[in-house]
Design a protein around this ligand. Structure first.
Ligand SMILES: Cc1cc2nc3c(=O)[nH]c(=O)nc-3n(C[C@H](O)[C@H](O)[C@H](O)COP(=O)(O)OP(=O)(O)OC[C@H]3O[C@@H](n4cnc5c(N)ncnc54)[C@H](O)[C@@H]3O)c2cc1C
Length: 341
């Protein structure tokens, strides 16, 4: 393992922001990870763990050691759909490979960029499914003790774009592997409105009597995402920049009086209501606006984009301006989904 100095992070974050790390290491095994951590420890360096860099915004140069998790491997741990996958594996390739091996469930989460180890951090979700539903265990290395620990799904404290790893244990652990339980007989989930509508159209094209298959869900999700979201290889972005705000029923009712078209979704088993941040920003006129090279995507008010040589600081300033505008207009400050570093 090589530890480089003054390394450019441009190719390691999907915003394409050209910050630098004082030190940078790619690690492919737990032994290499421990050696890199020892280097950091003996040089008193702050540590930043990185996966695919698809949910981070580097606002400044990082003065410490960035460790990119590049481990690989996937093993079957039970004959009934149990698999254990190394943290550095590419998430979308895992989804595709599960599909080929008739392990179903993850197809709704196709084409989400990033690594397997990055996925449980914010409990990735899309098209009515969250990764938490399929995780049996997360194996981590504790930075403080150097010990390996297993977290059961319950101990991960998964919630909407959230987990114990993003909160209490933020920057205190490294995910080494994730174990999944993927049942072959699991009912397919395609009730999410935009997915359901597109699948209905697709079904009309295939012979009568044919059913919805995991492959059809995978293909449809990929098609919708390709049409809707900008490809980070073409235009720098990190997907949704903000989380959808969750408000009390009374706050929601008050907003609905003012904005009768306000869309909202009940949050299961609570009297809270989720409001699409994209709608709030869209109505506030943010779609397609820009500040220098930092912009808001022309089709998607929730996606901030790097239109050229934007710095992380410029993108953050734009995000702050957007959040201030929703606070002024609706009394709701938006919380970032992307990790600001
Ligand atoms: C075009 C686009 C579309 C997206 N769509 C979605 C979507 O539909 N749903 C969704 O939920 N997200 C989406 N995202 C966000 C992102 O892809 C996910 O959050 C992804 O899981 C991040 O993984 P990563 O490996 O890139 O993590 P990184 O961006 O590298 O890191 C994110 C955070 O996780 C930490 N981390 C990463 N790996 C580890 C590890 N092994 N151990 C400990 N900490 C770690 C980092 O320190 C950082 O705090 C999208 C992003 C893009 C660019």
């Amino acid at each position: 393992m090589e530890i480089s100095s003054q390394a450019s992070l441009g190719q390691f974050n999907t915003f394409g922001v050209t910050s630098h790390a004082a030190h940078f290491a790619d690690v492919t095994s737990t032994e290499q990870l421990k050696a890199a951590l020892e280097f950091g420890d003996s040089n008193n360096l702050p540590i930043q763990i990185l996966g695919g860099g698809s949910n981070v915004l580097f606002v400044h140069d990082f003065p410490g050691l960035v460790i990119r998790i590049a481990s690989s491997g996937c093993e079957q741990i039970s004959t009934e759909g149990g698999i254990k996958v190394a943290a550095g594996e590419n998430w979308h390739y895992l989804v595709r490979s599960c599909l080929r091996n008739e392990l179903h469930g993850l197809e709704n989460l196709a084409l989400i960029p990033g690594t397997v180890g990055g996925a449980p951090i914010q409990n990735i979700g899309a098209y009515g499914v969250e990764i938490a539903q399929f995780i049996s265990e997360v194996e981590v290395l504790e930075l403080e003790t150097g010990k390996i620990r297993l977290f059961t799904r319950k101990e991960c404290e998964f919630a909407y774009r959230d987990s114990i790893f993003k909160n209490q244990l933020s920057n205190q652990i490294v995910v080494l592997s994730v174990s999944f339980q993927l049942n072959q007989g699991r009912p397919l989930n395609f009730s999410y409105p935009s997915l359901y509508e597109t699948i209905e159209i697709e079904l009309a094209k295939i012979p009568r009597g044919q059913e919805v298959t995991p492959q059809l869900i995978f293909d449809t999700v990929c098609r919708i995402r390709r049409a809707k979201l900008p490809d980070p290889a073409v235009i720098g972005n990190a997907g949704s920049f903000f989380k959808n705000p969750v408000v009390s029923q009374s706050k929601h009712d008050q907003l609905r009086d003012q904005f009768p078209d306000l869309p909202s979704f009940p949050v299961n088993d609570t009297d809270l209501v989720k409001i699409p941040a994209a709608w709030l920003l869209d109505q506030a006129g943010w779609r397609g606006r820009s500040r220098g090279a930092a912009g808001v995507h022309k089709d998607h008010a929730l996606v901030l984009v790097n239109l050229g040589e934007a710095t992380g600081e410029e993108i953050l300033l734009l995000a702050e301006e957007m959040s201030q505008s929703t606070l002024d207009r609706y009394g709701i400050a938006l919380e970032t989904e992307v990790r600001i570093i």
